[in-house]
Design a protein around this ligand. Structure first.
Ligand code: ZN
Length: 356
């Protein structure tokens, strides 16, 4: 009985330490190296670059150095996201580039741009229904880690690049909120978002007082805070000048939030060093982000607990083995097995569990 109590005490004490050590000493450096390798070797074909340049004014106006960073991020996105056809659609390079370009543009001001939570993108030819009772949808972001979009609606969004309507940017803005705030991938963004929300409230109140006047954003923006952000993002990239003139304070807040100013076309990135560094090192999770990963889903929490249990038990066995005068081989093997199991379950917290 006493043994059990002392084990639980040691477990509670050790498990966060074991998990933290695992993350910062093993997982983060290894995945960072892999990412850096993949980032450095990422390149786009001439055709892909042309597609980007034709569809993304944001990209085509960048300084050469930033342009090259943009391409590397796009390549990284293409290599790390799965594009899955639904109904009778054939996935083309153009589809992938529009999605990847949109994502990279939106997150160009961040170190943490990968939106790892979303690794699957489903494409359908037309609008779709999730169930017969639902209305038709052009796109949506699922809390189960995927994005679904109608190709027709994507094309409509890009057909007019200055009307402030773009499905890809809209849905990716939702995806950014989920991955950064709900899934805890970008705490800095989450903190800044609270500031932004205050400004949004003000603008929404204003709108309520003047319901008959025409507003800069389309009415859909005033549905709720999430939609307001998504519509603001569309306008931010498609008509930044008009946005900054109509709603200067809000525009300024959005430049702070996204760390970008599209009006400064050749160098829109507000915080330097962002582009010069590859993903490695800079996108290690902060402790509070690590914490929210653990609680991202019941399964990720269970994996954490099993990983921590086996890790703690392995540590105890190792200590006992070395505390005795003659450490025996069997306990060393036992500890190794326990550490391997711990490693396996800890990795699940970041990988499989979250990519449902
Ligand atoms: Zn929306």
């Amino acid at each position: 009985m006493n043994d059990l109590i002392s084990f639980i005490a040691i477990f509670l004490l050790l498990s966060p330490i074991v998990f933290g050590l695992f993350y910062y000493l093993i997982y983060s450096p290894v995945s960072g190296m892999f990412n850096a390798f993949s980032y450095r070797n990422g390149s786009l074909s001439i055709d892909q670059q042309t597609l980007l340049a034709n569809r993304f004014k944001f990209y085509s106006q960048l300084d050469p150095e930033l342009k090259s960073s943009f391409e590397k991020r796009v390549a990284f996105f293409l290599n790390n996201k799965k594009f899955i056809p639904r109904e009778d659609i054939v996935i083309t390079d153009e589809m992938k580039i529009l999605l990847a370009g949109g994502a990279v543009q939106l997150t160009f001001g961040f170190h943490k741009y990968k939106m790892s939570y979303f690794n699957k993108i489903y494409l359908l030819p037309q609008s779709y229904k999730l169930s017969p009772r639902y209305p038709f949808m052009k796109g949506h972001v699922s809390n189960r880690g995927y994005i679904m979009l109608s190709w027709k609606a994507i094309q409509e969004g890009f057909a007019n690049p200055t009307d402030g309507i773009n499905l890809v940017l809209h849905e990716l803005a939702h995806a950014l909120m989920v991955s950064a705030i709900e899934e805890g991938e970008n705490i800095d963004f989450a903190v800044d978002y609270h500031v932004w929300e205050e400004w949004v409230k003000e603008e929404m109140n204003e709108q309520r007082e003047h319901t008959n006047e025409k507003h800069f954003f389309r009415n859909y923006a005033y549905t709720n805070g999430n939609e307001f952000f998504a519509v603001a993002v569309e306008n931010f990239f498609e008509r930044p000048l008009e946005f900054s003139q109509s709603l200067p304070q809000l525009y300024l807040q959005l430049t702070n939030l996204l760390r970008l100013d599209p009006l400064n076309a050749s160098n829109p990135v507000l915080i330097d060093t962002v582009m010069s560094s590859p993903p490695m090192g800079n996108d290690a999770l902060k402790p509070e982000e690590l914490f929210s990963m653990i609680f991202a889903s019941p399964l990720s929490f269970i994996c954490f607990v099993i990983g921590a249990l086996t890790g703690t038990y392995g540590t105890i066995i190792l200590f006992e083995a070395f505390a005795s005068d003659t450490p025996n081989a069997i306990s060393l093997v036992y500890a190794t097995l326990l550490f391997s199991a711990s490693l396996f379950f800890f990795v699940q917290v970041f990988v499989k569990v979250r990519k449902k």
